[in-house]
Write a protein that binds this ligand. Structure first.
Ligand code: SAH
Length: 237
């Protein structure tokens, strides 16, 4: 999978060299590059990439020309799914991450300051994605959240031991609690069922924990799951 992040701050993406995503890059499973939008500005004297907003208002807006030329240089034949990171976009979910992972070329456009000229969205963007209802100072951290969540669904990235099908959201539920050695710490014991080795019992216990925590914390997920299964029974009608 190829991922290109278009940004005014390419160095921010250096932290993707660590951990699971870093290993996936080293193993050649994902090719991630941060592309500096500033290199594409027509202003070769000051390398300016932003300007004051028409109509007035605070802050600066990223100009359309450097963004347009940068997108054209990276993706001249529109082979990439072009995503703009934006608080106005659809909220990133497990389902979105799976959908994005099905593309083998992903372009993530990061805004900064007050955002980007609307014409850059009209001309260059297929999809707008938000990572939540709050405003960040730039799209870089949001793009890295997308990259991390998407990378987990790229074949080989998590390795054979780990399955994402057990994890929170995979089946519309939150995950059961996890424990590792020692069996007792500060008087807190690991539940006996997990030490017993009866796989059917363990599975039942985990399913019950999963249902309980989801009901307590995310009743909305249970409601969505019930609605989806009713819809399935009706043949999607
Ligand atoms: N003025 C804009 C916010 C600009 S924030 C507004 O009110 O909608 C600057 C940049 O940060 C944006 O261009 C976007 O790329 C990024 N950004 C901010 N919040 C984000 C979020 N919740 N999800 C994804 N990207 C976000």
């Amino acid at each position: 999978m190829k991922i290109r992040a278009l940004t005014l701050f390419p160095k921010m993406f250096d932290c993707l060299n660590e951990s699971i995503v870093g290993r996936a890059v080293k193993n050649g499973l994902i090719d991630i590059r941060a592309v500096d939008i500033r290199e594409y500005t027509a202003d070769k004297k000051h390398f300016k990439c932003d300007d004051t907003p028409y109509g007035g208002g605070a802050g600066m807006v990223m100009s359309v020309q450097p963004i347009y030329d940068c997108v054209q240089a990276v993706d001249p034949d529109h082979e990439y799914l072009r995503v703009y990171m934006s608080p106005k976009g659809e909220t990133l979910t497990d389902k979105t991450a799976r959908e994005l992972a099905a593309h083998d070329k992903l372009l993530l456009l990061c805004g900064h300051y007050e955002g980007i000229d609307e014409r850059a969205i009209e001309l260059c963007v297929d999809r707008e994605i938000s990572i939540g209802d709050y405003v960040l100072s730039g799209g870089e951290l949001a793009a890295m959240v997308v990259i991390d969540s998407v990378a987990r669904f790229v074949d080989g990235v998590l390795g054979s031991r780990v399955s994402h099908e057990d994890e929170s959201f995979a089946d519309g539920m939150l995950e059961y609690p996890q424990y590792t050695r020692p069996p007792e710490f500060m008087g807190l014991r690991v539940p006996d069922v997990l030490l017993g080795g009866n796989h059917a019992e363990i599975e039942k216990y985990r399913r019950e924990c999963s249902e309980k925590i989801t009901a307590e914390r995310r009743a909305d997920l249970i409601k969505a799951k019930t609605a989806a299964s009713v819809n399935d029974e009706n043949g999607g009608r």
